[in-house]
Design a protein around this ligand. Structure first.
Ligand code: SAM
Length: 225
């Protein structure tokens, strides 16, 4: 395509607050998630790259997501790591009133987004290998009670939107993260959920842990070990 045409397309997209981005066409391997099915190009492309590091470097450990909703991100985790247990933590009924009260008290968010329109059955129906899914339905971190202390994780997605579950998620998962593993926290640069940013900063500063912001749609952050 001619440069002038691309420039015009870019200008039109800018009017809709959208950006044109060039995917990496020199990966030298097949993508785990094809270009046509990406929900947020940078988010899933970053997952693709991080997952490849884990696979290439033979990083041991299980996979988890805290904040699953309808499973639209979790389905990629399950497909990329079909042989690893995938822990799915969610109320599957939306935000808990205890977390929402904390959000309002601290003016992090209104906490009024409704995530109750989902079910465990719906999520499992999207999975490539549902037999590998371990569902922990209920209020996090209470749902970690009784899990083995020996669990270790290679990749964890934290997408719970609110301060308290994100902070608790980092407290639970970071010590269990394998060397070479990653925690991917959504909403780090999303002012609509400012508690996400504060939870990451509080946890990382308290524990002197570095983090890397990414440029996806809601500003996810990567925490590596
Ligand atoms: C933005 S949605 C997750 C979206 C999903 N990761 C995706 O990419 O499609 C946030 C989810 O976090 C869950 N959540 C928030 N706080 C929670 C808590 N304390 N315990 C369990 N689930 C929680 C909500 O129920 C909601 O389903």
């Amino acid at each position: 395509m001619k440069r002038s045409v691309l420039k015009l397309v870019q200008q039109v997209l800018n009017n809709f607050n959208l950006a044109l981005t060039r995917p990496n066409n020199n990966l030298g391997r097949e993508r785990y998630i094809s270009l046509s099915e990406r929900m947020d190009y940078t988010r899933t492309a970053t997952l693709d790259l991080l997952a490849h590091e884990i696979i290439k470097n033979n990083v041991k450990g299980q996979i988890a997501e805290l904040g699953v909703f309808k499973g639209e991100f979790a389905k990629y985790l399950n497909r990329i790591f079909p042989d690893r247990p995938l822990h799915l933590f969610d109320t599957f009924e939306g935000f808990d009133v205890r977390d929402v009260e904390n959000e309002k008290k601290n003016k992090f968010s209104t906490g009024d987004q409704n995530f109750s329109d989902t079910s465990v059955e719906l999520v499992l129906s999207k999975m490539y290998s549902p037999d590998k899914c371990l569902v922990h339905k209920g209020f996090f971190p209470n749902t970690t009670a009784g899990l083995s202390n020996d669990l270790s994780f290679a990749f964890v997605s934290i997408d719970a939107d609110l301060y308290q579950p994100i902070y608790e998620g980092l407290k639970y998962f970071y010590p269990k993260l394998s060397s070479g593993g990653y925690i991917f926290v959504h909403d780090f640069n999303n002012q609509e959920y400012s508690g996400a940013n504060k939870a990451v900063l509080d946890f990382c500063n308290e524990n002197k842990i570095p983090y890397t912001p990414t440029a996806d749609g809601w500003g996810s952050v990567v925490i590596a070990k």
